[in-house]
Design a binder for this molecule. Structure first.
Ligand code: GAR
Length: 194
């Protein structure tokens, strides 16, 4: 049986798109479900385009019930991939999927992470600090924002004159290139352990 991925996303889902494309004809893994807290999120359209089922949930369901855990277990999900998902992951989900939840962050953690640091806010903070480089971090998820064990980092140079859009673009290019491959590597390790 193919390894099964669930993606959580709150917004556009360009990273989800790259993962959907990468695994569309993959022999060993597939995206089985896309979940979102945001009924307006464009990622839901992307799920439809790939004929992948999606599930929308609210705070009550996510934080006050075990429904999401049951759904993911019933679907035999092997790996949970956060791709622009903005809510903190609750303890019941973390303990049901130990070392099976990963996140991508648009900066070089541990700098520029933590609660409230997402999307453009991260890039603005990097720019305002006058950093000469930035990058991306892929890490395991624990019960704190942006703090789990690091899996991958790649970096880019910030040139004189780079504005917010340019930094965002450079970061996105790295995210789109690396996230699907890192997901694949992790799934291979899971497979070898079984
Ligand atoms: C990505 O840049 C991701 O690193 C960031 O949200 C963006 C989602 O873009 N995540 C965070 O900031 C988490 N703290 P996308 O919806 O186009 O994939």
């Amino acid at each position: 049986m193919k390894k099964r991925i669930a993606i959580f996303a709150s917004g556009s889902g360009s990273n989800a798109q790259k993962i959907l494309e990468f695994f569309k004809k993959h022999p060993e893994a597939e995206v089985a479900l896309i979940l979102s807290n945001n009924p307006e999120a464009y990622v839901l359209q992307r799920a439809d385009n790939f004929e992948v089922p999606s599930h929308i949930f609210d705070k009550q369901e996510f934080y006050k019930s075990d429904e999401i855990v049951s759904l993911l277990k019933n679907l035999q999900i092997d790996l949970i991939v956060l791709a622009g998902f903005l809510w903190l992951i609750p303890e019941n989900l973390i303990s049901a999927f130990p070392n099976r939840i990963i996140n991508i962050h648009p900066a070089l953690l541990p700098k520029y992470g933590g609660k409230g640091m997402y999307g453009d806010k991260v890039h603005k903070a990097v720019l305002n600090a006058g950093e000469e480089e930035s990058g991306i971090t892929i890490h395991y998820v624990n019960e704190h924002f942006d703090e789990g064990e690091m899996i991958h980092q790649s970096r880019f140079k910030i040139e004189k004159g780079d504005d917010l859009e340019m930094i965002k673009f450079k970061g996105q290019q790295l995210e789109h290139l690396h996230y699907p491959k890192v997901v694949e590597q992790i799934l291979k390790k899971i497979k070898n352990k079984n």
